[in-house]
Design a protein around this ligand. Structure first.
Ligand code: ZN
Length: 383
């Protein structure tokens, strides 16, 4: 029977936030499961919107899943040496007890900076590779905001990423990882791999996949087609201050020429569209007026939320002296919606924030709880 070890270790690190992210934070149960291990992993992560859940749903019958450990620290300051070593150490320790395995799948973020290793995922994958040896395929799914490094591309045999921002396709991404891993189990580790870093950073507010140019860039993603295992685009996470920060195109293929050709073509297209990533901003007041107008013409119940400086969130949910944008929804119907924009604490200038207006789709058969379909994605700046 085919044995696949699965695990996850997520953190989206903002290196400019002073408080560190410690082990206790990974252990806490917030809007995501706490650190879970062994059989708890599948119990907590099944039937959720996380990538691991989509992976578990998509694996072929007859595969034995060996759950290792899954932990998420959300977004915040640099991961402490203690947290990194305890979590990576336990994940790899459990893997070393589980070997031999036929394959490994890891549900990762890709923008983790830790005190001892600025490329958290690269170091984790190096240890996982050292544990399973040179023959076992390792498939990885990453967040759209990953800062991909050469070590990650070298040690993983497939890298797929969310194709949406805001992220509404995490589980689907896990299913793509399962498809890629099935191909690798059949054909072996791919010899071709290519990483192309774009020579610019893309601000978070200019990465939305509902609009151009990101929309057509993510549409070029490929999984298991011909010689290609994956062709993936990752927009990068600028607040992670590491050498390899920035957008990337990654290709894994069964020959080097196919990997190079696919990666070069997509990277060239993105580079040519650099100027298009800069999206004009409007004031919060103007944004609320637009959102209200959208709500009036909406055909479905409308919900709204605002968030400012998400990646700078403190552990207590507050912001680091940033202006705030608050939106409240008073009613499930468009006509009952009221929105309020308020800036507070704010001596900072031109601080961008998201403003999202979402139509909540009715519960569909087999859907994973309530589902957000964004009608519009707006950007704001404080004068
Ligand atoms: Zn993300």
């Amino acid at each position: 029977m085919t044995r696949i070890a699965v695990g996850g270790f997520h953190h989206e690190t903002n290196s400019f936030v002073a408080p560190l992210t410690d082990y206790a934070y990974f252990m806490s149960h917030r809007d995501r499961p706490p650190l879970v291990r062994g059989a708890e992993v599948t119990r907590w992560l099944s039937e959720t919107s996380f990538a691991l859940s989509g992976f578990l749903d998509a694996v072929r019958p007859g595969v034995e899943i060996v759950p290792l450990l899954w932990a998420s620290g959300g977004a915040g300051g640099t991961v402490t040496a203690d947290a990194f070593e305890r979590i990576a150490g336990e994940l790899v320790g459990r893997l070393s007890e589980a070997v031999p395995v036929d394959g490994v799948y890891l549900d990762l973020h890709g923008a983790m900076v830790s005190e001892p290793f600025e490329d958290g995922e690269g170091e984790l994958l190096r240890r996982v590779r050292a544990t399973v040896g040179p023959r076992v395929p390792i498939a990885v799914s990453l967040d759209y905001h990953a800062n991909v490094t050469p070590e990650m591309v070298e040690h993983a045999d497939s890298i797929v990423a969310y194709r949406t921002y805001p992220h509404v396709d995490r589980a689907e991404t896990g299913a793509f990882a399962a498809q890629a891993l099935a191909l690798l189990l059949e054909r072996g580790r791919p010899v071709g791999r290519a990483l192309r870093k774009l020579p610019f950073l893309i601000p978070l507010n200019d990465q939305c996949t509902l609009v151009e140019p990101s929309r057509s860039v993510v549409a070029r993603s490929v999984v298991a087609e011909g010689a290609i295992v994956n062709l993936s685009y990752l927009a990068g996470f600028p607040p992670s201050d590491l050498y390899w920060c920035g957008p990337a195109v990654v290709a894994h293929a069964f020959d080097q020429e196919s990997a190079d050709r696919a990666a070069d073509a997509l990277a060239r297209e993105i580079a040519l569209r650099e100027a298009e990533f800069a999206v004009p901003m409007v004031s919060p007041e103007e944004g609320v007026r637009e959102a209200m107008a959208l709500a009036r013409s909406a055909s479905r119940p409308v919900g709204a939320r605002g968030r400012a400086g998400q990646s700078g969130l403190r552990r207590d949910g507050g912001h680091h002296g940033r202006p705030r944008l608050r939106a409240s929804c008073s009613g499930a119907k468009p006509e009952g919606l009221s929105l309020e924009a308020r800036s507070g604490g704010g001596a900072l200038h031109r601080q961008a924030a998201f403003f999202e207006l979402a139509a909540l789709a009715p519960q569909e058969e087999g859907s994973r709880g309530w589902h957000t379909r964004l009608m519009r994605h707006e950007q704001r700046s404080w004068p």
